[in-house]
Design a protein around this ligand. Structure first.
Ligand code: GYE
Length: 344
């Protein structure tokens, strides 16, 4: 009795399914499915599960480029904390912004036979040889944060920001703040680095057709507070009150420039308008104090995405060549409300 009732229900269900799908009726399938699943499913699931690695099986080498900025420190914290949370074994090195140190770190990771290497290349060029060594050793390399100018088959994925778009956003925001009329000095990031090259390119793309947006000068402050301060001091000596705006490729250099402007007896944010990139906490504090006019977000919290891609890579999945970060623009208007919600 019971069995035939079940059979009846299944038949009705099968008929409905047929009507709904308009496909040939897999009439016996519903009745057979549970039995079939009971015998075959565990075996099917077990086979790939055995071969699949988990986070706890991973040893990852991260060739961090330095600790030059608030952004970088947040990036390092994200990479370290996420490894701990996931149970990934992390071998971390800090290259102090020197490419040769990053190359040495990668070679040591290869010797230690890590499963995956994470690399934020300090500059874009000069990576072919060492990336080939990693490739020959069968170790996937994920570029994190910064791009390298190498053929796409030298790395499995790049996780990071669209620096050209950040530059455009800085240009658009600056143009609005100064009503398309300013004498600008530019504090450039590390020469030859992807963010410095691209943030300059994007900014100029926007301002080149605005005749009163004049670029007075452009110098590298190497993405550091101290560098920004020194370059701004030199600009102030050279151009004095002619300077009406500063475009800084990161917040740290903007904060250094703010100090230099104050020491020269001028008011940053008022006498000289300032737009920078990163949106770290220090930038929000400067906006609240009225000394910075805008910051364009660049997300450093790349740890979770990095390990997700690393695990997929060791499990043989093909990864997208670029995983872009989502980012916004922040102005002083609501800096006070937003600051407590910022994680970096
Ligand atoms: O903007 C800057 C840091 O590569 C995106 O490096 C990163 C940049 C960031 O020093 O603050």
């Amino acid at each position: 009795m019971k069995t035939s009732k079940v059979a009846l229900v299944l038949m009705v269900l099968a008929m409905i399914a047929t009507l709904v799908s308009c496909a040939p009726a897999p009439a016996p399938a519903p009745a057979q499915a549970p039995a079939a699943a009971a015998t075959t499913a565990p075996a099917q699931a077990a086979a790939p599960a055995k071969a699949m690695k988990t986070y706890k099986d991973l040893t990852v080498g991260y060739a961090q480029l330095g600790s030059e900025s608030e952004w970088r420190n947040a990036n390092t914290a994200s990479v370290k904390e996420t490894a701990e949370q996931l149970g990934v074994k992390l071998i971390f090195s800090d290259a102090q912004q020197k490419q040769e140190n990053q190359i040495a770190a990668i070679r040591s990771f290869i010797q230690q036979k890590v499963d995956v290497i994470g690399l934020p290349p300090v500059v874009t060029t000069g990576w072919e040889t060492v990336l080939k060594e990693a490739k020959d050793a069968g170790i996937p390399v994920i570029l994190v944060d910064r791009r390298a100018d190498v053929p796409e088959d030298m790395y499995v994925s790049y996780i990071g920001s669209d620096f050209v778009e950040e530059g455009r956003n800085a240009g658009r925001t600056m143009a609005k703040i100064v009503n398309e009329k300013a004498n600008i000095v530019e504090l450039v990031g590390t020469v030859g680095s992807a963010p410095a090259t691209d943030r300059q390119k994007g900014f100029l793309e926007i301002t080149k057709d605005m005749p009163d947006m004049k670029m007075l000068d452009s110098q590298s402050g190497d993405f550091t507070r101290d560098g920004g301060k020194k370059v701004m001091e030199a600009f102030l000596k050279k151009y004095g009150k002619d300077i009406t705006a500063v475009y800084a490729h990161n917040d740290d250099m903007a904060i250094g420039a703010i100090q230099a402007i104050e020491e020269a007896g001028m008011k940053p944010g008022t006498d000289i308008k300032i737009v920078s990139v990163d949106a770290v906490r220090g930038a929000f504090e400067a906006m609240i104090a009225g000394k910075l006019n805008a910051t364009i977000e660049c997300n450093p919290l790349l740890g979770p995405q990095f390990y997700e891609m690393a695990l997929k890579a060791v499990n043989g999945e093909t990864l997208p060549k670029w995983v872009p970060s989502k980012e916004g623009i922040y102005l002083p208007d609501n800096a006070k409300e937003i600051l407590p919600t910022r994680k970096y």
